[in-house]
Design a protein around this ligand. Sequence first.
Ligand SMILES: *Cc1c(COP(=O)(O)O)cnc(C)c1O
Length: 361
Amino acid sequence: MERVYNFNPGPATLPVEVLREAQAEFLNFDNSGMSIVEISHRSKPYEKVHNQAKADILELMGLGDDYEVLFIQGGASLQFAMIPLNFATKEKPGAYVLSGTFASNAYKEAQNLGVGEIAASTKDENFKRVPRQDELKINPNAAYLHICNNNTIFGTEFHYVPETGNVPLFADMSSDMLSRPVDFKKFSLIYAGVQKNLGAAGVVVVVVKKSFVEKSLETLPTMLRYDTFYKKNSLYNTPPAFAIYIVGKVVAWIKNCGGLGEMERRNKIKAKLLYDAIDNSDGFYRGHAEKDSRSFMNVTFRLPNEELEKKFVAEALEKNLSGVKGHRSVGGMRASIYNAMPIEGAEALADFMDKFRKANS
Ligand SMILES: *Cc1c(COP(=O)(O)O)cnc(C)c1O
């Protein structure tokens, strides 16, 4: 069977080169006579994978050794809880920008602990845009400001880095991590569940200023403390070796392609193809996101009615365009065009959108 263009939001498409390499070396990894999932996480071949992935991530982000990369399990969803547990208190609460579902889920965890407050929200507008800088009400006493950089479900993205004064900036970049150059130095903590743009489910990449994670609250359980991961090079317990190995391959692939500038160039071409198909459709396709907030990663749009939306999904699949159905909370379509989606995939979808519109309007 031939491979489809996979527009799923996560788990999501991966570079075919990465899949081929993993396949080729699966039975005998690095001359060990074992696969990566059978080898000890204390062995030299594994350590090489682990440390190279960390180094490549920092290099791509242009960050120096005042930052550390941690590999943590539990998904981005566990970070929603670990962040307030480790950093927020009643006196110094965590401040949250509510720009979508995951941003709100992050806030809920802090709220449950009694240490969260809202700095801005676009919920009243059904999250069709991210808040502007002038709408952010940042408590100067906050432990951090938390944003979700790309709202996977609604298809909106921050195209500016919020100014926060002396308040540290934290970001969930699960769905746009390493998709373009960003001034990462402005962030104190960035995290990403890797199954969107960086690899196979099972690990979260946390990039954090070392000064933040040298010491955690003694009262926290070992596995919920950032300093456990920091002090032991994320090898306190058995790491998800296969997931980290794939992340290593994906970041090496990004470097080989030319880095984040090249990712941005490709991602902008893909996004433009799809947004043009929406904008040039005489209202047949209606984008969910306001233009200023449009995501380069997740393109969300509706059709004139649900009947046509069902038909669109079915006919797209016949053309090997898979995973275009939107999230139930927004409805309609969502095309996820992460780093690994080839430009030809976006061209094929844009072409299909055009033909479908002409046949059905
Ligand atoms: C998918 C996603 C999450 C949830 O990730 P899990 O790893 O499934 O917990 C959180 N934030 C964003 C932005 C996401 O896209």
